[in-house]
Design a protein around this ligand. Sequence first.
Ligand SMILES: Nc1ncnc2c1ncn2[C@@H]1O[C@H](COP(=O)(O)OP(=O)(O)O)[C@@H](O)[C@H]1O
Ligand SMILES: [Mg+2]
Length: 248
Amino acid sequence: MALLTDIRLPAVQLAAVSKSYPSAAGAVPVLREVSLGFPQRALTAVMGPSGSGKTTLLNCAAGLDKPDSGKVLLGDTDLAKCGERELTVVRRSRIGFVFQQFNLLPMLTAYENVALPLRLQRGRVKRDRVREALRQVGLEDKADRRPAQLSGGQQQRVAIARTLVAEPEIVFADEPTGSLDRRSGRQIMELLRDSVDRVGSTVVMVTHDPAAAACADRVVFLSDGKVVGRLDHPTAEAVAQQLSLWER
Ligand SMILES: Nc1ncnc2c1ncn2[C@@H]1O[C@H](COP(=O)(O)OP(=O)(O)O)[C@@H](O)[C@H]1O
Ligand SMILES: [Mg+2]
């Protein structure tokens, strides 16, 4: 397993990131001065109770949402300083996102869904690269199927291929196994692990499952908008034990 020293540069670095949402009773803080780096070529799991701010954290780190204050650095690009147009380019070319509900386009085949990021980058779509991404997730024989003709696990594998084809600097996955059965969930975890180990991807993944978190190099625990713990080289037992501490 990869060695995780703090010397390794983070792909994304958050510094004192705060975010709150307005409510009738006033602003409700969701992230409270979160400072955190996601190491390159590693799989980081983010865990915490429902409502603790995990999705908001990922969205801020991926430039899908803007913090109220603090810094988000992607490499040496400060996302807070990017205008909307620049941010769109960054999101398309440097960041990947995998959603719990797959978010594939229903009218497009698996092949066309995977080719889409390359199309959006206005480059020529290299057929070999799309095929290779589908092969990487074990679906080269399903290239012509539409999402409705695929199982949930297969759809999520297409979504991962669509992310990997653009070779992003970092992939964020928000509960990627959350709507899958155990077996498909395990396949997705193996894929993400494999892409870190073999291709050198950087992946940050939200999960509730200690077994999934145990595939990570590092687990970060979030509670009430704050980082409350960290575990390197986790085992499922150690993760479950931490959760029982923080979720009490
Ligand atoms: N767009 C929004 N408007 C208002 N409140 C929000 C919005 N997004 C999230 N929240 C609130 O922020 C808190 C954290 O949400 P979220 O980041 O989705 O947590 P998690 O992913 O850990 O369940 C929750 O209390 C949620 O209700
Ligand atoms: Mg969430």
